[in-house]
Design a protein around this ligand. Structure first.
Ligand SMILES: Nc1ncnc2c1ncn2[C@@H]1O[C@H](COP(=O)(O)OP(=O)(O)OP(=O)(O)O)[C@@H](O)[C@H]1O
Ligand SMILES: [Mg+2]
Length: 327
């Protein structure tokens, strides 16, 4: 990591007020991301991955109350202290976002070319004709054949994979420094998934963008991310370089996740073995480690005390009984 990170998040917290009490979806997460690096955020469903990144960019929505805390510094600017206009400018032109389902992020009644050009007109001052031309170039860059014709079509006229390419074109149109991709391929066929991940990686490298790639697939994180942060019950329970995470996981939860990865060499074992038990109810916090009830290394202390994130070199883990380094 360089001295000055592109993005620095300190003690991020998000609590939703619900009829069942406060759901602590994000419970004190800190991390840094350097320019041009890819951080993979992994964890089971409900661990707070989406809420965490959405909260960074002011996108958490709640039917009742929501409390968002923590510091988010992007390129030296404290995003939570910017005026709404400045915040929108940063979001519009310096941070690109790709969601799981492109249908939710694309406007169904606006032609694709216009949607790609919109940000360029708003944030880069291009006139309509220049924005339209650039949109066609971007469509071609993200691998859409016949870009001139496609630019005049509506989202529903494209396949799911093509729509996700359009969403990527929109996200990169203003040349952002950071791309956030939240499960960008989950809604797609397996073959298309790979193409979209390849496209994201190529764009990220060519443009030197930093990327946050959220995935529940450790295999995807392994091949695409420089660093990995493992989340469990709203906390970052392990964070290190991808190589370290795979070679020497310290947190039993990460080890369990790794064990659940299907091995390509083992043909009879291609299904994911789930980790027994379920993640805890986030509205009912206990004093101990959230993973303890499912953990084979559990002791009394794990039930009584919350382990803090400990750092050994660049490797962080929150466990009272970490696996041996080099095991
Ligand atoms: N608006 C909301 N109101 C109340 N609880 C919410 C709200 N949004 C999310 N949550 C809860 O916050 C927790 C974290 O959700 P989040 O969507 O971040 O999980 P995730 O890790 O992204 O899971 P997935 O892999 O399924 O996308 C979940 O328990 C979820 O039910
Ligand atoms: Mg999610």
């Amino acid at each position: 990591m360089t001295n000055k990170p592109l993005l620095s998040v300190r003690d991020a917290r998000v609590g939703f007020t619900t009829v069942r009490g406060v759901v602590r979806a994000v419970d004190g997460v800190s991390f840094e991301l350097a320019e041009g690096r890819t951080l993979g955020i992994v964890g089971e469903s409900g661990s707070g991955k989406s809420v965490l990144v959405r909260s960074l960019i002011g996108l958490v929505s709640a039917t009742t109350g929501v409390e968002v805390e923590g510091q988010v510094v992007f390129e030296g600017r404290d995003l939570r202290k910017l005026s709404p206009a400045d915040f929108r400018r940063v979001l519009g032109s310096e941070i690109g976002i790709v969601f799981q389902d492109p249908m939710t992020s694309l406007n169904p009644v606006t032609k694709i070319g216009r949607q790609i050009g919109e940000g360029l007109r708003l944030n880069r001052g291009l006139d309509r004709a220049a924005a339209d031309r650039r949109a066609v170039e971007l469509l071609s860059e993200v691998g859409i054949p016949e870009p001139e014709r496609r630019a005049r079509q509506y989202p529903h006229e494209l396949s799911g994979g093509m729509r996700q390419r359009v969403a990527i074109a929109i996200a990169i149109a203003c040349a952002p420094k950071l791309l956030i991709a939240d499960e960008p391929t989950t809604a797609l066929d397996v073959t298309v998934q790979r193409q979209i991940l390849d496209l994201l990686q190529r764009e990220q490298r060519q443009r030197g963008m930093a990327m946050i790639l959220i995935t529940h697939d450790l295999g995807v994180a392994a091949s695409r991310a420089d660093d990995i942060m493992v989340m469990y019950a709203g906390r970052a329970v392990e964070a290190a370089s991808t190589r370290e995470i795979f070679r020497t996981p310290r947190m039993p939860y990460t080890e369990a996740l790794l064990r659940s990865l299907p091995r390509l060499s083992d043909r009879t074992h291609t299904r994911l073995t789930a980790i027994p038990g379920r993640p805890p109810d986030l509205a009912r916090r206990t004093g101990g480690c959230a993973f303890a009830p499912r953990c084979s290394y559990r002791t009394e202390r794990c039930d009584a005390e919350q382990p803090m994130l400990t750092r050994e070199g660049g490797h962080g883990f929150s466990c009272f009984h970490p696996l041996a380094n080099g095991a």
